[in-house]
Design a protein around this ligand. Sequence first.
Ligand code: CP
Length: 338
Amino acid sequence: MSRRDWLAMEEWLPDDVDSLLDLAASIKRGEVDGGLEKRVLAMVFMDPSLRTRASMETAMFLHGGHALCLEPGKGSWAMETELDVVMDGTTVEHIIEAARVLSRYADALAVRSFPKGTDWAVEREDRTIRHFAEFATVPVINLESSRRHPCQGLADAMTLRERLGETAGKRFVLQWAWHPKALPTAVPASAAIAAAHLGMEVVIARPQGYDLDPDDYTAVEALATARGGSMRVTDDLEGAIEGAHAVYPKSWGALGHFGQPEAERALREGKRDWRLTEERMATTADGKGFAMHCLPVRRNVEIDGAVLDGPQSAVIDQAENRLHVQRALLLELIGTSG
Ligand code: CP
C-alpha cells in the first residue's frame, strides 16, 4: 500500500474515517492487541502538550511499539521550518534534514507546530506540517498544525458517536468563547469538520469579526452537505444553544487581526459573556445536551467549573478517546499486520 499521511480529516475518504472510528471503538472494548511490535514513532513537539504527547506514547507502548519525543530548542536542535532561507540566525537544523533522518529511524513521524507568524496569508498554508510531509519518506501525523488538529477531531467524532448513537441531523454547536489570548483556529475548525463528517446540523456561534477562515467554512459545509447535514454561522448564541445536542465552546483569535494583539484585544473586549454556563446548558435538548472541549480549558473563563464538573460534561471522555482513536490510526498507518 502507498504511504498515507494524517494531516486533515477531510483529506481522507469518509468511509476510511468511519473505519478508524469503528476500530477505535473495538479497541476501547478491549478487542485489539499488539500490532505495532518493533514499530517506532518519532514525535517532534515544537509546542507544549499534555494529552497529545501522553496519549501517543501510551498508544505506541500498548501495542508493543516505541515512541521517541523531540522538543526542538530544548534538548534537540532549534529547527528551521521555512524553505529557501539563509540559516545564519538561531535555527540550527532544517526540517528537510530532520524529516529525512527521522524517516530512517522511525516508521512514522508526528509533528506539532502552532502558528507563530504575523501573517495569516502565510500561516493558512500550513507550511510546517506540509513540509514535513514533503520531505519525510514515512507517514506523517499532524499533532496540531496552524490549520488542523485531526487527532482531536477524530476523538471528538468518537465522543459524539458514543454519546448520541445516531448523529445525523442532531445539532452540534461550535461556540466561540472569550479568552485572554488570541488562540489558533486549528481545534475549532477540526471539531466542526468532525461534526460535519457525522452529518450533524453544525452551528457556528461567534461574534462579528470572529469567522473561521473561508476555506474552513467551505470544507465544513461541503462535508456536512455530502453527509446529509448542514452548516450555518450565527451571532445568536442563545438561539444556537437552545435545543442543541452538543456544545463545544472554544476560543480563537480574530483572523482579521492575526498578529495584531492590541487590535485583536480591543475587538475581544466586552465579550466575556461568551462562556458556557449552567444556565445555557439547561436550554440544550431536553436539558441534557453535553459540553465538549479539547482541553486544556480555562475554568470559569471558557466554561463554568460547575459545567465541567457536572453530569453534562464530556471533556474527560474526549481526552480518553484521544488514546483510542490514535491507537486505531497508528495501527492503520504502520501496523505490522498491514
Ligand atoms: N487537546 C490537546 O491537544 O491537548 P494537549 O495540547 O495537552 O496535547
